[in-house]
Write a protein that binds this ligand. Sequence first.
Ligand code: ADP
Ligand code: MG
Length: 451
Amino acid sequence: MDGSAQIWGRVLHKISTHISSATLNTWFKRVQLNKVNNGVAVISCADAFVREWIETKHKVLLTEAVTEVVGEKVSVTFIIDESFDTLKAENSPLFMGSKNTDQSIKVIQQANLNSKYVFEAFVVGPSNRLAHAAAEAISNKIGSLYNPFFVYGGVGLGKTHLMQAIGNRILQIDPKKRIFYCASERFLNEMVDAIRSGKTFEFRDKYRKLDLLIIDDIQFISNWQETQSELFHTFNELHLANKQIIFASDRPPAEIPNLMDRLRSRFEGGMVADISKPTFEMRVAILKKKAEENMIHLPEEIIITIASCVESNIRELEGALNRVYNQKNVTGVIPCEKDVKAMLRKIDDERRKSISPQKVIKEVAEEFEVKISEIKSSSRKARLSLPRQVAMYIIREDLHYKLEDTAKYLKRKDHTTVLNAIKKLDSMMGEDQVFREKVENLRDRVRRFIV
Ligand code: ADP
Ligand code: MG
């Protein structure tokens, strides 16, 4: 029979298809097969923490993998091995296979991708199922299936992660594929530089030779007419050659202002999928995944408390997890549910303060097609008082400004004006569905500015 090291190598290989490479690298580097004897596999762990983690989370997986490799029913036990040498495990040829080699790191960097954004680390649920399914399908068959793939949704909901997962997966399968990921701003800057230095040929050559082009935050392109036409030509060239193009945006193509019609119709010509806010179950699953990848150990109730407090954005969710964990490290005790709630409420308030009432007024003015100065004027015409009331409503309800301050931003002296506005709008929204949708859309748009 093979020696323990060989068996372990094959076990790791089997395991690696079930868990993310981050988990593999974080945890399985710290354990090793000691021996298999009389149907019992003894696994050495670097310390008690690792042992607990592996035993509670991965015992079943390990048992199955060892059983399969050894070819007979095996049970698994764990011991702590104080002389465990993580460095040695890390550098052993067994591990190199699952680690990114220098070569693959270079390929990923050239593509401007982040190697942590992989499918294995992406939690799937009702809010992203369609986008995820399309992304997986594309990685198996680029260029011919959904082209372009246009994914949209609010800040911090996983657009960048999902698009980069496609790139990373394709490079895993074929490192020779030419892939480039960039934000629309980079595309613009490179184009401008190319024009300035007389290198437009090189610029075009670079983009038009790709197998997969991923452009993030494409909504910003609305301000740049020349970039739009350059992108249009790049798009056509790639599309004709069956090369894959992927875009992400914070809104659907139809809502991107000042977008050339021909570009808009290209954006809509493939698969358009949205990602919405994660459900509670997804938030719990995401927190658990992030905790595992970062070796963060917190009790289940705390994970659940965080998941119930932070609802709207996955980046926030990760931030909250880290803050709670840091708190635990600083004070040495796990914060109780009440403390966690208080802590997260404070973060929430800070977040709301990051968007200014002026911005809200501007958005409302645009929506109702009036001037900002008119909203703030003393005129009581209905075409002005309604948007004024909507602005008050959002500043008060979504940004949580005090009544007096809300009044001040709209150049009103009395805070009862705000109270009346809220009462009136609540009743209007209850009766008039079209109006309610208009206001809800506005509120959604404003919330997207909250970072
Ligand atoms: P967006 O591009 O939509 O603003 P990102 O892709 O940057 O959002 O995601 C923000 C953070 O949330 C990243 O750290 C990402 O890994 C994480 N994240 C988003 N969606 C998921 C998911 N479904 N599963 C696990 N992590 C996720
Ligand atoms: Mg993004």
